[in-house]
Design a protein around this ligand. Structure first.
Ligand code: GTP
Ligand code: SPV
Ligand code: MN
Length: 592
């Protein structure tokens, strides 16, 4: 394998600090995967699952205090605090390097440092970016091999002078008090220490493909977004693509793997999964917005996944998958809350403790077998609906952009922005209830603009400005929508069945994009005439649809105030157009 001098020099200097016993350059071969897997099984870092029932599958437990992204320990390290903005934690690069260096020094003693060259995006695509991650975790190497293009072919593509993101990771002692996830956009570098959990340590994903990439995207006039990409093919062969941003654990993987509901089957749609978490989007010479998924695998939420909610995911994760923090059955298979199988009579929970149904903790609360943020890592091509375009260098042309949150009240099932700038406002004022995907209080409603709050690598006021600017660069702008699958009734029950049934809403969205269906103009945007949503085969309790589409003026006016408070936090850096949109919404709500 080629070891270019500029890479070697950096590896050497990081090794001097971390002091590993040895250094291994990963070539990405299958032989290497087998060897590293055997080694990790031997040390107990991973557990081989039942190879008859789950061929190629392995299981890993993270430390009990290391089960989700730790946003409060995640920093954007720029020379000026204003460049990180009010929604990011900030540290000066000098202080960040100093603090991290203390923890990294000697952290790899007794361990091997793995050098992992990886590409986000197809190798050779003008979209693609190369990174090299140094890590002392085989679990990370095996996950990176699934999630990204990895190994010698990437090094070959890099070339002797090639620019790459310098990604350094060490588990160190997994001490939450000595954990830091640091981004240095000015140096194109990421340092992560003290964690072994997904989003904190698979540095190609959130750290590079969103936080660092968003900075590059602003500079180079493209978009790096927390979005799924989905294609819907009609029987005549015409495929329309949508990109959708929902916050973590709010349904991206599920929508990306959508299975048409029974009642719509006769329409003959075919679904193509292009991506489930990240979209990089560029304006092409044809004046359209093209989107590409830079990843090669799924790092998806396990609980709630079953044959009814997502049979496509079930088919994706029955082989060559790494499971993290689920429950382990005595026969070497796995289980989680919401699995098709009934709970096993006995199992080991995600922490490796004996578990049985009905188990309560000392306060009388049910003990979960799987962690609510337990995850699967599965190859993209395992997915039966994976798009034949996944390796194409230009991605797919996007017709609609969908924003969505998890909101028990307020936001209707679907509405459409009046135009691009209103759509940007709609994305910027998004809010959602907090899930288990990040450390913090569950259920609390927080603003999460474009589902990028934890992932934007620069000042979000500038980011909104960039979105506005992008609109003027796209000749054939995608239409922008907002959805809410999570509205509840008085008893806290979801009003909308969700999952495959969401196709009924996507269908309306696509018809709007084709200009084939009228809509009702309301103060917040266009909403469907209920008769335009195909409800064949779906019966809902009386009045549900009214509740799903109710727009309460009083609540929306309160929302306008809350959005205003959020916008105030950005001070004078906020683009005037965002305030103009805010005022227009208030005016429309107050008008008779
Ligand atoms: P990240 O990987 O964290 O970015 O999450 P994601 O946005 O891909 O979310 P995912 O599709 O994994 O869904 C998260 C949770 O939401 C799961 O428990 C799903 O069962 C649930 N969910 C997904 N879609 C729907 C839906 O349409 N309705 C309801 N009620 N729940 C849903
Ligand atoms: C998310 O939290 O949005 C994820 C999982 O997709 S992680 O990779 O941990 O960020
Ligand atoms: Mn995500």
């Amino acid at each position: 394998m080629i070891k270019y001098a500029h890479v070697q020099e950096w590896v050497d200097s990081m090794a001097t600090m971390c002091q590993p016993d040895s250094i291994h350059w990963c070539d990405g071969s299958d032989e290497e995967r087998q060897r590293l897997t055997a080694q990790a099984v031997k040390t107990g870092e991973i557990i081989a699952l039942n190879q008859e029932k789950l061929p190629g599958c392995y299981f890993h437990r993270t430390a009990a205090n290391d089960v989700a992204r730790t946003e409060h320990l995640t920093y954007i390290c720029t020379s000026f605090q204003g460049d990180a903005g009010p929604t990011n934690n900030w540290m000066s690069p000098r202080e960040a390097y100093r603090k991290a260096r203390d923890i990294f020094t000697g952290a790899m003693k007794g361990r091997t440092m793995y050098v992992v060259p990886f590409a986000m995006g197809p190798i050779g695509s003008p979209f693609s970016k190369i990174g090299v991650e140094l890590t002392d975790s085989i679990y990370v190497v095996l996950n990176m091999r699934i999630m990204a293009r990895m190994g010698s072919e990437v090094m070959d593509a890099l070339g002797p002078q090639g620019e790459f993101t310098r990604c350094l990771h060490s588990k160190a002692d997994l001490d939450v008090n000595r954990r830091l996830i640091l981004h240095f956009p000015e140096d194109n570098a990421i340092w992560s220490v003290g964690s072994g959990y997904g989003g904190n340590v698979l540095l190609g994903k959130k750290c590079l493909a969103l936080r660092i990439a968003s900075v590059l995207a602003q500079r180079e006039k493209w978009l790096a977004e927390h979005m799924l990409i989905l294609g819907i093919e009609e029987p005549n062969g015409h495929i329309q693509y949508v990109a959708a941003a929902f916050p973590s654990a709010c349904g991206k993987t599920n929508l990306a793997m959508l299975l048409p509901p029974e009642g719509l089957k006769q329409k003959g749609y075919r679904i193509w999964t292009v991506g489930d978490d990240i979209a990089w989007m560029k304006v092409d010479t044809d004046g359209r917005l093209w989107a590409l998924n830079p990843e090669m695998g799924f790092f998806g939420v396990v609980p709630g996944t079953n044959m009814r909610s997502n049979s496509v995911a079930m088919a994706t994760i029955n082989r060559d998958t790494i499971y993290t923090n689920v429950a382990l059955n005595p026969d070497g298979t796995v289980w989680w809350e919401g699995h098709d199988d009934p709970p096993p009579s006995e199992a080991l929970d995600w922490q490796g403790r004996p578990w049985k149904p009905g188990l309560k903790d000392k306060d009388g609360n049910a003990v979960l077998a799987a962690h609510p943020n337990s995850r699967f890592t599965a190859p993209f091509t395992n997915c039966p609906t994976h798009s034949f375009r996944y390796n194409q260098h230009h991605g797919v042309a996007i017709d609609a952009i969908i924003f969505g949150g998890r909101r028990a009240t307020l936001a209707p099932l679907v509405y459409q922005a009046l135009d691009w700038n209103h759509g940007v406002f709609l994305g910027a004022s998004m809010a959602s209830e907090r899930t288990a995907a990040q450390f913090g209080a569950l259920g609390e409603v927080r603003r999460d603009p474009m589902a990028m709050l934890p992932f934007c690598g620069y000042n979000m006021a500038d980011y909104f400005g960039h979105w506005l600017d992008m609109g003027s660069r796209i000749k054939f702008q995608p239409k922008i929508f907002h959805v809410n699958w999570f509205r509840t009734d008085e008893n806290g029950k979801f009003l909308w069945p969700g999952f495959g049934e969401n196709l009924r809403i996507v269908e309306w969205i696509l018809a709007r994009c084709r200009g084939e269906v009228q809509a009702v103009e309301t103060p917040i945007g266009y909403v469907p005439d209920p008769k335009d949503i195909d409800m064949t085969g779906l019966t809902m309790p009386n009045g549900s649809m009214d509740k799903l589409f109710a727009i309460a003026r009083k609540d929306w006016l309160a929302e306008v105030d809350a959005v205003g408070q959020f916008f105030d936090g950005f001070g004078t850096r906020m683009p005037d157009e965002m305030w103009r949109q805010h005022e227009l919404l208030r005016t429309r709500l107050l008008a008779k």
